[in-house]
Design a binder for this molecule. Structure first.
Ligand code: GLN
Length: 381
């Protein structure tokens, strides 16, 4: 065997793969990895079919099908006010994760520091480390996981290159508020700090709250890579199509990596989504659709021994279980999948130091009968 020196010695298999595999193995209801258990719109499938039959089966342009980039530019301007040039400032990616990796690898050099807020989606830190960057994580605490901006200020120095934001946040279901934007703006003002804003849950935000996209604030937008996804809004996580928007000088660097990482993303789905986006109800209706699911699931959980944490956005509901056991969250999640038949994600997996607040994350993008069945089982925990 030829020895290799691992580039990510501390990194194992992502928790999503582990918990979904366990759920399948033991036949548990899978509320772990975030994906719906119902199908996407038949109309969207028809549109993909049509694009294939119309002969859109060869390489898309490297940056993506132009009609899709134009639709994204229109949608962004309408919702958030920012004008992006589809030719030079928008790139279609193979999902949000590829966009995040590409943005980080495009701008992070060895010893550059990147601030992340934990619990954080698990692809940020490995990408930073692979580029030789240094992860500066700020650990947030339940139940509210609010960012203490004075702590952020203390982390900033001449090596700080980027701050990664995620709102609505996975896994905590929190959102950035107007006050966070003000604090952030004051901190980055006159500093050469980029922002990577993971906004894949932009349309899944509840109780009439506003999505504070970086695209709303010109001084933030100018320094931001904004990442979004079609998998979440269109219930098609398996299609792996998302996008990145950034000012031209950033997007130029992004595309240098993108072209050699994936070159281009599958063509027919891009045509189909461009068509589908013409009807804005396809994404504006999601707030009600998922808020109903959230409320339904929370109501069910209220009868259990789990303690509900707030959920402002995303399709995740986190719970504390201190009333039930003092097991580690990973041990408890595994035992619950095996013994009670419900799979969840232990939130310690989203802290680089494995901090365990005894919190589990459930995905509620599920059919009502799935949620009913899951609640029935959780009542016995
Ligand atoms: N975003 C999804 C989640 O948080 C899954 C992503 C993945 O499996 N890589 O569960």
């Amino acid at each position: 065997m030829i020895p290799v020196v691992s580039k990510l010695p501390q990194t194992g298999t992502t928790i999503f793969t582990i918990m979904s595999a366990l759920a399948n193995e033991v036949g548990a209801i899978n509320l772990s990895q975030g994906f719906p258990d119902y199908d996407c719109s038949p109309e969207l499938i028809e549109l993909v079919n049509k694009a294939m039959k119309d002969g859109h089966n060869q390489y898309a342009p490297m940056a993506g099908v132009m009609s899709l980039r134009e639709k994204i530019a229109e949608k962004t301007e309408k919702l958030y006010g920012a004008v992006y040039n589809p030719d030079t400032e928008i790139t279609i990616t193979a999902g949000g994760t590829q966009a995040i990796f590409t943005a980080i690898s495009a701008v992070i050099h060895p010893n550059d520091e990147v601030i992340i807020f934990e619990p954080a989606f698990d692809c940020y830190a490995p990408a930073i480390k692979l580029m030789g960057g240094v992860v500066k994580s700020l650990a947030l605490e339940p139940p509210n996981y609010r960012i203490a901006w004075d702590m952020v200020k203390r982390l900033i120095n001449h090596k700080t290159k980027m701050i990664i934001l995620n709102s609505p946040q996975n896994p905590t279901s929190t959102i950035l508020h107007r006050q966070d934007i003000e604090e952030l703006s004051a901190i980055v003002k006159n500093q050469d700090i980029l922002i990577l804003s993971d906004e894949v849950y932009e349309h899944l935000i509840y109780d009439g709250e506003t999505h504070h996209s970086m695209a709303r604030y010109p001084e933030l937008q100018q320094r931001s890579f904004i990442v979004a996804s079609f998998g979440k809004p269109f219930h098609a996580t398996g299609w792996k199509v998302g996008y990145c928007m950034a000012p031209e000088h950033l997007m130029t660097e992004f595309r240098k990596i993108h072209q050699f990482l994936v070159f281009a993303v599958n063509t027919p789905i891009q045509y189909a989504i461009a068509e589908y986006l013409k009807n804005e109800d396809t994404y504006l209706g999601l707030r009600d659709f998922f808020q109903q699911k959230r409320d339904y699931f929370r109501k069910g959980l209220e009868q259990t021994r789990f303690e509900l944490l707030p959920c402002y956005g995303s399709y995740f509901q986190s719970v504390r279980y201190s009333n039930i056991t003092d097991e580690k969250d990973a041990d408890f999640a595994i035992r619950m999948a095996k013994e009670n038949g419900v799979a969840s994600i232990p939130v310690s997996a989203f802290y680089t130091k494995g901090i365990d607040h005894h919190v589990l994350r459930f995905c509620f993008a599920k059919r009502q009968e799935t949620l009913d069945k899951a609640v029935d089982r959780l009542l016995k925990v």
